[in-house]
Write a protein that binds this ligand. Structure first.
Ligand SMILES: NC(=O)c1ccc[n+]([C@@H]2O[C@H](COP(=O)([O-])OP(=O)(O)OC[C@H]3O[C@@H](n4cnc5c(N)ncnc54)[C@H](O)[C@@H]3O)[C@@H](O)[C@H]2O)c1
Length: 475
């Protein structure tokens, strides 16, 4: 078993203020394979002192120098990408192919994108009788989840470092190890001590200490809506900037003119990506009532294509879910779907055949789901798709928007103008038309209870900047 008891503070790996440990579980074997420390408010204090001291100089480091640091992080990351991917597969169960091609690669993208934005960014502009300057906001407390463990870390750390901020990172205590590899990469890149700090711990202790700390200027959290609310309340006392990336229950509207078979099959697979543990997963599929039977048959065929099993086997397309707690939550919601009268199209509760160990759940599809059912309203965070039926385009849009969330939407139609019209009516921060691929430069974030921040590209970069007007220039 590997032990990673130290935190990265002030440019060195240091012992925690008090000994308290937590095992990290391999979700495929249910075995504890590593151990970390759980920090305290005292550890957060030390990290904030280091980050504040470093900010005084780092805020004024030239763009060229910051670009050089980012380039060194990028090459160090690239060199360790296979190890980073394996670490994520071990700590949270994503299939190795997915960890390599998506989880790790997308995390690397954020550093490349931050460097690209930094290289072309105008930090000053002339306006009226003055100039407007954009300056780094200060010390940033970054709190991240386990489902895309390094992507979420990188989408915050990269723009923070690029803009001249300093960082106190608290990765998820459930999947903390890939972030510790990143800390080693950042150390090797030779950033000044204190610019980047990492303290492991749980939400109520270390997360809340970060949110409340008077020495932190901004807190950015990706996680559940409940954690986001708690962090906002704690941050209010010191009027911190708060950026939240929270849960979702995204709708995938399949308009009647779409190619139904391919839209349904792609929608099922998209819902199941990363074992369904994605904030923006299209978990509510909206199908025209006249296409019900055909859609259910296509969904069943898509489920048969899923290869559930050992996440280190390159042919596996779905691994276990992250934990026993997550497995129980998913199972309870699947049972609620049955109890509330939805039609079980595929899957269901219970252990998948042939998998006696590990937190495996059966990929499941429900049909005839109504908007009031729990499986239509609650974020399940597992491979469970709900199919809802609609009669008119207006009704489809109404169902899509009938949720406290607003992270993403998906629209399928052969008519691009029609798809765009429907997209404009969806109250969400991102809409994908006809299976559009991921684009790292476009903003990512939620409406409503899905959050208030924007990450990725220029929008993510600007989250870490203050705006200053300097008056007294000729007009
Ligand atoms: N919108 C997005 O970009 C996005 C991306 C990925 C995941 N998510 C969301 O994250 C959730 C799954 O991740 P999770 O289970 O790790 O979420 P979580 O809210 O349990 O934990 C997320 C992080 O917040 C910390 N935390 C928990 N309670 C806290 C508190 N009271 N104060 C401060 N910090 C606290 C945790 O320790 C962890 O580091 C889902 O709801 C998912 O939709 C959102």
């Amino acid at each position: 078993m590997s032990t990673r008891h130290q935190f990265y503070i002030g440019g060195a790996w240091v012992d925690p203020a008090a000994p308290r440990t937590l095992g990290v579980l391999d979700p495929a074997t249910e075995e504890t394979f590593a151990e970390i420390s759980l920090g305290t408010a005292e550890d957060v204090d030390r990290a904030v002192v280091a980050a504040r001291a470093a900010f005084a100089a780092y805020a004024h480091v030239s763009v060229e120098q910051r670009l050089e640091y980012l380039e060194r992080i990028i090459s160090g990351f690239r060199a360790r990408l296979p190890e980073i991917a394996r670490t994520m597969t071990r700590e949270m169960g994503a299939p190795i192919t997915f960890s390599t091609e998506r989880q790790a690669t997308v995390a690397l993208f954020h550093f490349e994108e931050a460097a690209r934005v930094l290289a072309g960014y105008r930090f000053e502009e002339k306006m009226g009788a003055g100039i407007v300057r954009r300056e780094p906001i200060g010390v940033c407390g970054l709190i991240t989840p386990w489902n895309w463990p390094l992507n979420q870390v990188a989408s915050k750390v990269a723009p923070a470092l690029a803009t001249g901020c300093t960082v106190v990172l608290k990765p998820s205590e459930i999947a903390p190890l890939s972030a510790m590899v990143l800390a080693e990469v950042i150390h090797d890149a030779g950033l000044p001590p204190g610019v980047f700090n990492l303290v492991n711990g749980d939400g109520p202790t270390v997360g809340e200490a970060i949110a409340a700390h008077p020495g932190i200027d901004m807190v950015s959290l990706t996680g559940s809506t409940g954690a986001g609310i708690r962090v906002s309340k704690l941050a209010a006392d010191t009027v911190k900037r708060v950026a939240l990336e929270l849960g979702g229950k995204s709708a995938n509207i399949i308009l009647p003119d779409a190619d139904l078979e391919s839209a349904v099959v792609a929608g099922v697979h998209s819902c199941y990506t990363n074992g369904g543990q994605n904030c923006q997963s299209p978990t509510r599929m909206l199908v025209h009532r006249s296409q019900r039977d055909e859609a259910y048959a296509a969904a069943r065929r898509a489920v048969e294509e899923v290869r559930l099993g050992d996440p280190f086997d390159p042919s596996t397309t779905m691994g276990p879910v992250v934990s026993q707690a997550q497995l129980e939550k998913i199972t309870a919601l699947v049972q609620s779907g049955i109890d509330e009268g939805a039609t079980l199209v595929a899957g269901g509760p219970g252990r998948p055949d042939g998998l006696d160990k590990g937190f495996y759940v059966r990929p499941t599809v429900f049909g005839d789901v109504t908007p009031q059912m729990r499986i239509a309203r609650e974020e399940i965070f597992g491979p469970v798709l709900s199919i809802l039926l609609y009669e008119t385009e207006d009704e489809a849009v109404e169902i899509a928007n009938d949720t406290p969330y607003g992270l993403a939407g998906f629209v399928q139609s052969k008519d691009p103008d029609r798809a765009r019209r429907v997209a404009n009516r969806i109250r969400a921060g991102r809409v994908y038309l006809n299976g559009a691929p991921f684009d790292r430069s476009l903003p990512f974030g939620g409406y409503k209870q899905s959050g208030n921040g924007r990450e990725f590209g220029r929008f993510g970069f600007e989250e870490y900047l203050e705006v200053k007007a300097v008056l007294g220039y000729p007009r």
